[in-house]
Ligand binder design. Sequence first.
Ligand SMILES: C[S@@+](CC[C@H](N)C(=O)[O-])C[C@H]1O[C@@H](n2cnc3c(N)ncnc32)[C@H](O)[C@@H]1O
Length: 233
Amino acid sequence: MKYKYAKNDNYEDFSSGRVLYHASGMTNFPVRLAQEIFGWCLQYSPKNNDICLYDCCCGGGYLLTVLGFLNQGIIGKIIGSDIDTKLLDIAEKNLSLLSEEGMDKRIAEIDQMIESFKKKSHVEARESAVTLKGLIRSNISFEVFRSDALKKIDLKTKPDIIVTDVPYGNMVDWAGDEEKVIDRLLDVLYEVCHCDTIIGLCMNKKQKVGNEKYLRLEKHKVGKRKFEVLKRK
Ligand SMILES: C[S@@+](CC[C@H](N)C(=O)[O-])C[C@H]1O[C@@H](n2cnc3c(N)ncnc32)[C@H](O)[C@@H]1O
C-alpha cells in the first residue's frame, strides 16, 4: 500500500512504554498506519473538526492516544471501550496524557525514575514527553467504559469516526465466539453509528467483512494486516 495521509516520519516519541504506558500482552500498533486509517476515515467524513472518535476494542488506548496527539484541532472527543477492565485503567492513563496537566504528571513520574535509576532511556523518555506536550493545542475530552463489542454497546454519543484494531489471535484473542465475529461486531456498531459515521476496521488478512448493511469505501493491505473503510448503507 502507498501511504496517502500519514507521513513517513520518526514516531519514536510515541513508542509504547516510553511516555505512553504499555499494556502487557498488547501489540504495538504502528503509528503511521493508525494515522493513515484515520486519514481515510476523515476524507469520507462530512465533518472535519470536533470529531468524536471511538474505538470499541481500545485495549490500553494506545491507538486512540496517538491519534489524539496527531490530530489536534480535528478530534474533539475520544471514547474507548474494551471487555478487559485492567486494560481500561491503562487506557485512562494514556488518554490523560492528552492534556498539559496529565503530561506534567507524567513528566514528574519520569523525573522520579531518572533520579532513582539514572538510566539514559528515562532521560530520552523525558525529552519525548516534552515533545509530545508541545503538540497539545486543544482540549480533547475522553471517556472509557467496559463493554463487550459483540453485544449491545451503551454509547451515549454517536461517534463520527470509529477506528478499531480487532483481535486477531496470537497475542490478542476475541473474548467470544470466533465464527462471523467481524460481521457480528459490525451489527453491534450499526446501532451506535449515525448515518455519516465512518468506520476504519483493521484486521488480519484472513478475517472477512461480509456484512451487507455496510458499504465498503476502501480496502488496503499492509504487511500482515488489512484495513477496510466502511459506512452504513
Ligand atoms: C488488538 S487489541 C487492540 C489494542 C488497542 N488498539 C490498543 O491501542 O491498545 C484488541 C482488543 O480487543 C479486546 N477484546 C477482545 N474481545 C473483545 C470483546 N468481545 N469486546 C470488546 N473488546 C474485546 C481485547 O481485550 C484487546 O484489548
